[in-house]
Design a binder for this molecule. Structure first.
Ligand SMILES: [Zn+2]
Length: 139
């Protein structure tokens, strides 16, 4: 399964080693905050951990697909095609079981810049943060 190297800088841009950042979340530890979940999802995209992306998508998210195998294959192809260059988290907040994270994700596809900013919504389900959806924003 796709994992970041434990002692390499975490792909989420935190400047910490992966083992002290997103790796434990990818291995199943509950993310302590919406920002931690968002970072782990960016890292999952960067390393192609499609299972983590599927597992951490809210049950009612519009991004969820009924055919999980087809969804996983779509994610796998996306992760393989896109180069994930870096992540900047601009703001993060939580209140009760909901959270928001504003971020800018830098990425390229076939050498083209496909970076984007998003204001993401998160919801806690059974004690674990999940991604609901997001709105594109100006970077
Ligand atoms: Zn990280």
């Amino acid at each position: 399964m796709a994992r970041p190297s434990a002692n390499a800088p975490c792909p989420c841009g935190s400047l910490r080693k992966a083992k002290g950042c997103c790796l434990p979340v990818l291995l199943g530890a509950p993310p302590p905050s919406p920002e931690a979940l968002m970072r782990s999802r960016y890292t999952a995209y960067a390393v192609g951990d499609t299972a983590h992306l599927i597992r951490t998508t809210h049950p009612a998210s519009p991004h969820r697909q009924a055919d999980v195998r087809a969804w996983a294959e779509e994610l796998r192809q996306y992760c393989a095609a896109v180069r994930f260059v870096g992540l900047t988290v601009h703001a993060a907040s939580e209140e009760g079981d909901t959270g928001r994270v504003r971020f800018y994700a830098r990425m390229t596809l076939d050498g083209r810049d496909v970076s984007f900013g998003e204001d993401s919504r998160f919801s806690r389900v059974d004690g674990r943060w999940t991604y609901v959806d997001g709105e594109r924003i100006e970077g």
